[in-house]
Every structure is written in C-alpha cells, then in structure tokens.
Design a binder for this molecule. Structure first.
Ligand SMILES: Nc1nc2c(ncn2[C@@H]2O[C@H](COP(=O)(O)OP(=O)(O)O)[C@@H](O)[C@H]2O)c(=O)[nH]1
Ligand SMILES: [Mg+2]
Length: 235
C-alpha cells in the first residue's frame, strides 16, 4: 500500500500526519510530494526517514500544483508496486483514522471516496462561509460531472492499483486541485466501481489554505470542460 500526500508549506503539520499514518499502516509507503516549500517541509520529511523507513520524498524544484504533484505521487506509488494507493491532504483536514475504512471499502469496489456528506461523515470546519461554499460548489460540480457521488470535491480517496493504471495518468490535464474531478470522472467513465465512505473533515491544524478564489473559478471552468469533452466524445 502507498499513501500519497502532496505538500506545500505544511511544516507544522506533516510530521504528525506521517507518524499517525505510520502507526496505522506500518508497512505502507508514505509518498510525500513537496514543491520545494519555502517553509522547509521537505527537510522535516527527510528527517523522518530515520524513524519511518516507508517515507518516500519527492521534491519538485521547478513545478508547482496540487494536481501535478498528486499525479507524480501516483506514478511513484505504481512504480513501487503498491496494490492499493490512497491520497490525502497533509494539513490535518483529513484524519488518518478514517483511512482504514476507505481501504476496507476496496473489498467491494475499486475507488473509495471519503465523503463529508454522508450520515456518519461531516464537515466540521469552524467557518460557516467555507462550509457553505463547499456545499454550493459541490452542487455545481456534481451536475457537471454527472458522477453519482455526494462529495466529488474530496481529495481523500483510495484506489485499487488497476484504476490508476487504467486512467492514463500521463494524459491528465489538470494542474491544480481540480485534478480530483478529472481522476474521478475518468474512473467512473472507465466503469470502475465507486463507493463513498464517511469522513470527518476538519479545519487544517496549522498554516493557511492554498486554495484561492481564482483556483475555485478555474475548477468550475475545468468541470465544464470535462463535461464538454464527454459530450464531444459521445457523438
Ligand atoms: N505539492 C503541492 N501540494 C500542494 C499544492 N497546493 C496545495 N497542496 C497540498 O494539497 C493539500 C490540500 O491543500 P490546501 O491548501 O489545504 O487546500 P484546501 O484543503 O482546499 O484548503 C495540502 O496537503 C497542501 O499542502 C501545491 O501547489 N503543490
Ligand atoms: Mg486543506
């Protein structure tokens, strides 16, 4: 198993997350993809190599983006031979404790999506504005993508290896966080079985979000683009 964690300025958070993950999955490779964060995230991860042998660090010097970082992590995980590959944020929003359920769900599906909008899951962030923005954006994204999941924005997911091998990672277009939509849509259209698993989504432990309004708008446009490509593809 491999767990992919894209990081940008997660120095205060990354150590705790990696230790928790190692405690839960001692044999897993923990693939951190850092875009040369100015706050020294990579140095901290490097230091952890001593105590957690499964830590694999990729530092990208000249590239920046949640999307391309996630893709690089997936490719590394496949190269390591992992049968199950998970992805999650490294800021504490995603709880390592929710991951065992996601992995277990793969017994009866190919992609397990960690979902806030399930009866036992939830969005526990303090800001009403952020919770509402997520709810609103999801209505829009869900309608465009046409994928029957309640939380298509989720970046907390587990995949069987075959899924990542089957969706042509090298041709993914998304550079930023909108990659979660592109991967989900490709998996769905390839006929892979998708299930949702409850997760409890929290405020990041420390630091600030890298999601900008511009990025949010870009992800709407990108969802629209994804929709158009499917219409074009069908005709
Ligand atoms: N490598 C890399 N990771 C990123 C980048 N932007 C965000 N991330 C990571 O992706 C995860 C989610 O980003 P975050 O800023 O928390 O976005 P939010 O949860 O939507 O507010 C975190 O682990 C970030 O460190 C980036 O440009 N490069
Ligand atoms: Mg976050």
């Amino acid at each position: 198993m491999a767990i992919v964690l894209p990081t940008y300025n997660e120095a205060p958070n990354v150590d705790g997350i990696l230790r928790e993950l190692h405690g839960l999955f001692p044999d897993a490779a923990l693939v951190v993809v850092d875009d040369n964060s100015p706050d020294g995230t990579a140095k901290i991860v490097e230091g952890l190599n001593q105590t957690i042998p499964g830590v694999v660090l990729i530092v990208r010097q000249n590239e920046r983006g949640r999307g391309t970082a996630g893709k690089a992590g997936f490719q590394k995980a496949l190269g390591l031979g992992a049968r199950v590959i998970a992805e999650m944020d490294a800021d504490g929003s995603h709880s390592p404790g929710d991951l065992p359920l996601l992995v277990k769900a793969l017994d009866s599906c190919d992609v397990a999506v960690g979902s806030r909008y399930t009866s036992e899951g939830g969005d526990f962030r303090g800001s009403w504005g952020r919770r509402s923005l997520s709810r609103a954006s999801i209505l829009f994204v869900r309608a465009l993508l046409g994928v029957p999941v309640r939380d298509p924005n989720s970046g907390f997911r587990a995949f069987k290896r075959e899924v990542l091998e089957g969706i042509s990672l090298e041709t993914l277009k998304a550079k930023g966080p909108e990659i979660v939509h592109e991967v989900l849509m490709r998996a769905y259209r390839q006929g892979f079985r998708i299930k949702e698993v409850p997760i409890r989504f929290h405020d990041r432990r420390a630091g600030t979000s890298k999601l900008t309004l511009g990025q949010l708008l870009k992800s709407f446009l990108f969802a629209l683009y994804l929709r158009l490509t499917t219409i074009f593809y069908r005709s």
